[in-house]
Design a protein around this ligand. Structure first.
Ligand code: SF4
Length: 182
């Protein structure tokens, strides 16, 4: 049966996609991706190339918890040429429920306080079909995005980089790293 090419796949053919960005991964993302792929070599700790990534005064949870004192944070590795190692010829090779939460939430804009009604302008809306919206093309909806958003910030609260900053050694009670929220 003919399967229509996804917007992400068409995007990947015409330009560098969001998969060339620096993608922060939570401890839960690491667990899920490692369990699915059998790989442990897909992430590293790095200071963001763009200082704006740490300049998040409107999102204190992000600003204070995703990076350690030295400014490094856990991100997906990229190949030479800068694309994520999970990017294949037809887009992401990870199933949706395994992808990093930051990837799943793109192109929604958000802070810990919630998801904005405005979408990021980084998607190729000129590739949309007549009458199609970006969210329909990406098969996304706000209800699912809100669940992923809750999960992202729950996992950020379990970020060991944050404990290293505060001097705490143990996992905080209530951290549910790696389990999908419903
Ligand atoms: S995990 Fe998938 S969606 Fe996220 S940056 Fe990599 S290829 Fe893109």
């Amino acid at each position: 049966m003919f399967q229509e090419e996804s917007l992400c796949s068409r995007c990947a053919r015409v330009r560098k996609t969001c998969c060339y960005f620096e993608i922060y991964v939570t401890p839960g993302d690491v667990k899920r991706i490692a369990a699915y792929s059998g790989r442990t070599d897909f992430h590293e700790f790095r200071v963001p190339a763009d200082a704006n990534y740490l300049d998040q005064d409107d999102d204190p949870a992000w600003r204070d918890q995703v990076a350690g004192e030295d400014g490094r944070r856990r991100v997906l590795k990229r190949r030479a040429g800068d694309a994520c190692t999970f990017l294949g010829a037809h887009g992401c090779t990870l199933p949706l429920e395994v992808r990093p939460l930051v990837c799943r939430l793109h192109p929604y804009e958000y802070t810990e306080a919630g998801i904005s009604e405005e979408l990021s302008d980084s998607c190729p809306t000129h590739l949309l079909k007549h009458g199609q919206t970006l969210l329909i093309a990406l098969d996304m909806n706000l209800e699912v995005a809100r669940r992923w958003h809750r999960q992202l910030y729950a996992e950020i609260r379990c970020e060991p980089l944050r404990w290293r900053r505060s001097g705490s050694q143990s996992l905080s009670l209530g951290c549910q790293v790696g389990r999908e929220m419903r």
